[in-house]
Design a protein around this ligand. Sequence first.
Ligand code: NAD
Ligand code: IPM
Ligand code: MN
Length: 356
Amino acid sequence: MADYKITLLKGDGIGPEIVNQAVKVLDCAAEKFGFGVTYDEALLGGCAIDATGVPLPDETVAKCKASDSVLLGAVGGPKWDSQPGNNRPEAGLLGIRGALGLFANLRPSVIFGPLKSASPIKDEIIGGNLDVMIVRELTGGIYFGERGRKEVNGQPAAWDTEMYTVGEVERIAKVAFDLAMKRNKKLTSVDKANVLESSRLWRETVKRVAEDYPEVELNHMYVDNCAMQLVRNPRQFDVILTSNIFGDILSDEASMIAGSIGMLASASLSGSKLGLYEPIHGSAPDIAGQNIANPLATILSVAMMLRYSLDQSEAADAIEAAVAKVLETYRTPDIYEEGFTKVGCDEMGDRVCEAL
Ligand code: NAD
Ligand code: IPM
Ligand code: MN
């Protein structure tokens, strides 16, 4: 029997609440599909600062590297906002993405049938279905570029650098084209090539990689237009390929089309089997500790883990089907509509297990 070692990085805010539900569901899936899971917890983010002084202790990196996969809740919160930039909880998250080489971040924006009415976008715009895959570059660009403070014209100033190498763009483009080949063979590369030199290199490189994928229909779009098109006509998109910062922003926007940011999962991949799985949302300090957070993004991240890292695609499909089923009746407050039964974070986890 396969036995997987999973490192849990529960993090801060709602992190522990949502990860606990996802673990519950993973345990149910393990029992049903006949595999074993053992867990090890490690510190990341604000909780790590409180315990050790730094947001990413060496021990956490070692534990993640020694596991089959990593499940993360979220990090950050007002308590740590006055930390110096390189010692913030968020710096720990960038650190673990970098240390594990997780350059490819897949953020599927899928609308579950019963949630269509919970989306602020009209039914006729969403159409029959919405299934957009955002492929976000995750270990380069302005997040990892040089930054600093200096004096300009006698005033304090600050700077950050957006830079991409051809190799960084090539490898993420290949991931996106490979995914497009398995989907509807349409790829939109999003940049700001009308202004940024790094985007011009991005666009040239994507065009070159496209030569190896003649079946994929490629178009290029400026990021401001893309933000608008996602709301005007999201169905035009199949795979969106974009940089670290643009992918961060566009995926939060895309989540709302699907009804709530509490619904969107993600996979961060390196090319090896080890991946890190996390909801795209943050630690939601405004609702932490109240048992009202939506755990479905984290539960759906477990489904992605089963599919991409653990070769348990049947279990992944079953979890997604269970989520769809549960949404016909039960809703956390962020996706609540009249006529449904309102549940808390805990109960949502229980209902998904039941449906499994
Ligand atoms: P956020 O995603 O935490 O919250 C934005 C809004 O969405 C809030 O109103 C929150 O209550 C709501 N929300 C988020 N997740 C939800 C869920 N599962 N169910 C119901 N509602 C949910 O973003 P923010 O407020 O900008 O950031 C808060 C903190 O989280 C910051 O410290 C930020 O840096 C951090 N953050 C961490 C991650 C991560 O760990 N991957 C991602 C984004 C933000
Ligand atoms: C995300 C988050 C992170 C990011 C922050 C917390 C560093 O917003 O995972 O989307 O910007 O990548
Ligand atoms: Mn984000």
